[in-house]
Design a protein around this ligand. Structure first.
Ligand SMILES: C[S@@+](CC[C@H](N)C(=O)[O-])C[C@H]1O[C@@H](n2cnc3c(N)ncnc32)[C@H](O)[C@@H]1O
Length: 488
């Protein structure tokens, strides 16, 4: 007996309407994919769009309504021709009359066939092994999806400070050593400003879905009309300086200076001034000093110094500057008190920091969860609201003309722009990931976190807070230049 004769060759079971099933299966998958994508956006996009009568959810509903008939038609076409109305017209003999005995039996058989077809869609691989393999793959996909989701949604870098461990300083040391932040963000580790209509190109649209937003920004980039990422940060520093009201400071303190981008900018802008930058990270001090030397600047220096326990003399700086360092402070009152203490009478204090909204109405459970994530992922103890900052600044008793502003709108594009630059130019982070796969996981987490910040800022849960004030001049002292210190 030959091998071929010994084999039991079974005739493959002929499934009715295979093409039909494929089309239906495809349609169901498209529907599921679109619905998942659609519903994943719902929770964050119910905010009204400025200048538009519809919310994003309503706009999404319109789109949903647009593709639904197409899907229906697809499903309709997928049915055996005799069951469709056009089919019935073309083959009247195939459709028994409803009232007849034949008609009832045929209708029952037809119903059963349709039911079988729907079920068969779920069991496209026809053999038992195929079905089991399909089910196993499905379980695997769902398990991996759930695991990744859980991993991403569980914050992993909380704020902790003990005597022998300073997570903020350590985290910035690590980032400085990696060089990724400096490669993509440049010397300024803060948000950029996208104030002008031209700067908003590629970002300003009522559609806020992640993928369309990415495509829009990419097209704008290809057309050469997207604002440069690093330039936006420099613009922010310029706008912050203008807003601070400082005119000609001679001594400047940069509280939480990073790798000194802003300190060097101020040192160049005011060549007669002395600029002091402070940070918790020794690696940042080393890099900031190196960059200042490369730039040939002699009027700027850096040191490791805790903003909450500054050893600088009272009344010693004309301009005290805190850009995106307040977020890391476990004691916000001490933060503003210390900055006010070292400020000279008549001097300018300016703070830019991420804030949470006022707790009216109270935060929902979902908002609490969002806040918990954004705090515990990037070493932040907690944020406070803009009005809370205002109260604490006034409560120092040392300041006057305390003023606040919300710069969420002009800084919003920054969050996603930070992700896009990594996608458009991935070589640097790929190179780092190849050295250590944990770095890759860190980059994925950072991209996810940036998106969470974008959503929280866009929904109004977080706000980009700006604060400015002038230190009171004791009655007996005169400060002739004070009147021109703060612009209207
Ligand atoms: C997001 S970076 C801001 C960098 C910088 N302002 C810039 O514009 O490029 C936050 C900085 O705040 C510093 N920082 C956080 N807590 C601090 C503290 N208690 N004392 C001094 N610096 C602190 C960090 O070390 C880091 O340099």
């Amino acid at each position: 007996m030959t091998k071929a004769q010994g084999l039991h060759v079974s005739t493959p079971r002929k499934l009715p309407h295979r093409r039909t099933l494929r089309v239906q299966g495809g349609a169901v998958l498209i529907a599921v994919a679109l619905s998942v994508g659609y519903t994943s956006q719902l929770d964050v996009d119910e905010k009204p769009n400025p200048g538009h009568s519809k919310t994003n959810k309503e706009l999404a509903d319109v789109t949903f309504a647009l593709w639904r008939p197409a899907l229906k038609r697809l499903l309709h076409r997928a049915q055996p021709e005799s069951q469709t109305s056009e089919g019935a017209k073309r083959h009247p003999s195939k459709l028994p009359t409803a009232g007849s005995q034949d008609g009832r039996v045929a209708s029952r058989i037809r119903d059963q066939r349709i039911g079988m077809q729907q079920l068969a869609v779920l069991a496209l691989p026809v053999s038992l092994t195929g079905r089991l393999a399909g089910a196993a793959v499905l379980v695997l996909i769902v398990t991996v999806y759930m695991k990744v989701k859980h991993w991403l949604e569980t914050p992993s870098r909380p704020y902790e400070t003990t005597e022998d461990k300073c997570t903020v300083g350590n985290e910035y040391d690590k980032w400085t050593r990696e060089g990724v932040l400096e490669h993509y963000w440049g010397e300024h580790i803060h948000m950029g400003s996208y104030l002008s209509p031209k700067a908003k190109n590629g970002f300003c649209c009522q559609w806020d879905f992640f993928i369309p937003a990415f495509i829009r920004a990419t097209l704008t980039l290809l057309m050469g009309r997207l604002k440069d990422f690093k330039e936006a940060k420099l613009d922010f520093s310029e706008e912050m300086l203008l807003w601070s009201g400082a005119r000609n400071p001679k001594k400047i303190l940069d509280v939480g200076c990073g790798i000194g981008g802003t300190s060097r900018y101020l040192a160049k802008r005011f060549p007669d001034a002395e600029v002091q930058g402070i940070t918790l990270s020794p690696e940042q001090v080393a890099r900031a000093t190196e960059l200042a030397k490369e730039a040939g600047l002699t009027n700027v220096k850096f040191e490791v110094h805790d903003a909450l326990n500054m050893t600088f003399e009272d009344n010693s700086y004309d301009l005290v500057w805190g850009c995106e360092s307040g977020e890391h402070m476990p004691d916000k009152t001490k933060y503003v008190e210390e900055m006010s203490r070292v400020l000279k009478p008549g001097g300018n204090l300016v703070i830019a920091t991420w804030c949470e909204r006022d707790p009216i109405p109270p935060f929902t459970l979902k908002e609490h969860k969002q806040l918990d994530f954004v705090y515990k992922e990037w070493r932040h103890p907690y944020f406070i609201s803009i009005s809370d900052y205002e109260k604490r600044l006034n409560a120092t008793g040392l300041l006057e003309r305390v003023d606040t502003a919300d710069w969420t709108k002009q800084t919003l594009p920054s969050w996603r722009h930070s992700i896009w630059v990594g996608v458009w130019s991935p070589w640097y982070w790929i190179k780092c990931s190849m050295k250590d796969y944990r770095q890759f996981l860190g980059f994925v987490r950072d991209a996810y976190t940036l998106e969470q910040y974008h959503r929280a800022m866009r929904s109004g849960l977080l706000q980009y807070g700006m604060m400015r004030a002038v230190k009171k001049v004791p009655k007996e002292e005169t400060a002739p230049e004070l009147e021109e210190a703060v612009p209207a």
